[in-house]
Design a protein around this ligand. Sequence first.
Ligand code: MN
Length: 256
Amino acid sequence: MTVIMRLLVTNDDGVHSPGILALKKALDPLGEVIVVAPERPRSAVGHAITLHKPLRLHRGKMADGLPAWSSNGTPADCVTLGILELMDGKADLVVSGINHGPNLGWDVHYSGTVSAAFESVMIGVPAIAVSVASWDDDIRWDGLARFAAKLASWLSEHPLGPHTLLNVNAPNLPAGELKGIEITRLGSRQYVDRLIKRVDPTGRPYFWLGGTLLDGQSEAGSDVHAVANGKISVTPLQLDLTSNAARADLRAIEGL
Ligand code: MN
């Protein structure tokens, strides 16, 4: 089966990252692949967009010299520029990644990778976010890139509902050691010691954000659990953040 698709690839680790290169190469056989990514790493910028300064598009290169577009904008900006300017609105799918590091559980709200995919579904183009859930230096990009290409091809025949994306996270394992694929829900990720306060040499306080992950939050069925158990996690995410449980409870307020 030959699928001809118009694909946009972005990555919040920047246009020079190894993950975007692996993804672009794996998606190339599916059709036309346009690459546009931030000119420098922009991880954890969430869904930031640039409103108060000009956005630029530059002809740049990826790590191996392949041509690509780069921008001074955020990952979400890159998706808007890619779809509306470079592809004239005619994109079939946006694939954001492969991100170096997990985008699991509540962390998706900080993620430039996942937010780029959300920007795409807001514009009306289906999207996948792909992350390798590891901070190792030695990442096995190719297997996950091939899985992303298979998923892209499958989605072209089986479209998701509107305003929905797929968030993919995989452990950094050789293909033979992966335990399969699990469709998951978003788990929780809570951190302790999130704010570290220090004092600079002049006696003034300064702060580092960070913290360590709270253990014991790996409920079965969650993305966190699947990856911890050697599986590729695929979580469908939607834009609608409404709590329907609270909505029912709050009906009483309408009579106040
Ligand atoms: Mn990143």
